[in-house]
Unconditional design. Structure first.
Length: 344
């Protein structure tokens, strides 16, 4: 697999060979495609674009960028710095990276200093990349992350997944220019928030009660039921388990159970993964919270499969008509819409 060297250009991290030059009229850019299209290979191209943004229809605001802070683009891209615009463009195709409905206009001049881009990638390597990309193609659109907007995972991690690294979305901001992800390959960096051990309040009688309650339960069910028994109230359980709460758990963008399995049933392997990694999506988080509630002795605990405010499928826990949502603050259909699983 091709292993591109990352270097620095104008304060940005970029792949070796990526560079740009901007003047009043044109943007000269040597870049890799931000996404492979028909007829485009993953190699260094040299292009000249008009310094005109088709999104905000202003001239003279385009500049090149790579990866720095909230900006992500080792392959070299073009962004519009006009106020309230922020559109990002692929340096090779000129297409805006999201929502991909405008394209830069071809420039009229050739840079005096720019030389023909040297292609250091053999045909064989390109074919390897294409094969990997094909294998990595997601089966469905990734539609349950943070803002609950539909995102194509290939768009998000783009070429870095092809480099053979496992990357995790660390933060995601959305503006008119598109999605800006910062990615990390360090799982530890996601778990840097201070972990607070919940206060231990043993009641004596609680220990006996929970012992009979957890009989016949799985190891992970028992773990969360014990936590629930210790914390006693729905609010205390919720504050411990919720994303960025006292228990040190954080939201992770994936769909359904982490390790597959029926959404409407407990999935031990997924629950254990969440417990061990302190990460969960709405489905797994809701199952964990429901078992904490059961451990706290709460009855008629319901798991609600409804929708977010944005209309995306979403899970939370319902208790006495109140929504306890560990991963989002916006639910639609709390009044009877959706699917309910009642426990306890
Ligand atoms: Zn613009
Ligand atoms: Zn959700």
């Amino acid at each position: 697999m091709a292993n591109r060297t990352v270097t620095s250009f104008e304060g940005y991290n970029v792949y070796k060979g990526v560079s740009w030059k901007v003047d009043k009229n044109n943007v000269y850019i040597k870049s890799y495609p931000s996404r492979i299209e028909k007829g485009i290979s993953y190699k260094l191209y040299e292009k000249v674009w008009k310094n005109y943004c088709p999104n905000c229809k202003k001239s003279g605001f385009l500049k090149g960028f790579g990866t720095k802070g909230s900006k992500f683009g080792l392959e070299g891209q073009i962004t519009c710095t006009a106020p309230n615009c922020g559109a990002d463009y692929c340096g090779v195709t000129g297409l805006d990276t999201w929502p991909r409905n405008v394209r830069l206009k071809k420039g009229s001049a050739v840079s005096g200093t720019a030389q023909s881009a040297k292609n250091d990638t053999t045909e064989e390597k390109i074919n390897n990349i294409k094969t990997v990309k094909k294998q990595m193609k997601p089966k469905k659109t990734y539609s349950d992350i943070l803002m609950h907007k539909p995102i194509d995972i290939v768009d998000m991690v783009r070429m870095d997944i092809i480099e053979g690294k496992m990357l995790i979305v660390d933060s995601l901001t959305i503006d008119k220019g598109g999605y800006h992800c910062s990615l990390t390959d360090d799982l530890g960096s996601l778990l840097t928030e201070e972990y607070k051990e919940p206060s231990k309040k043993n009641t004596g009688t609680g220990a006996t009660d929970i012992a009979s309650d957890i009989k016949g339960k799985t190891a992970t069910q028992a773990y969360f039921m014990r936590k629930g028994a210790e914390l006693k109230t729905a609010t205390a359980c919720f504050n411990w388990l919720k994303s960025r709460g006292e228990g040190g758990f954080k939201y992770s963008g994936y769909t359904e159970h982490k390790k597959s399995g029926d959404l409407y049933n407990w999935h031990e392997e997924s629950a254990k993964w969440c417990k061990d990694n302190h990460l969960f999506n709405c489905v797994d988080a809701s199952w964990l919270l429901a078992y904490m509630f059961l451990g706290a002795g709460l009855k008629k605990v319901k798991i609600h499969h409804g929708y977010t405010c944005k209309g995306v499928g979403h899970f939370w826990v319902l208790l006495n008509g109140k929504a306890y949502d560990p991963t989002s603050s916006c639910q639609k259909g709390t009044k009877g819409r959706g699917t309910f699983i009642t426990l306890g």
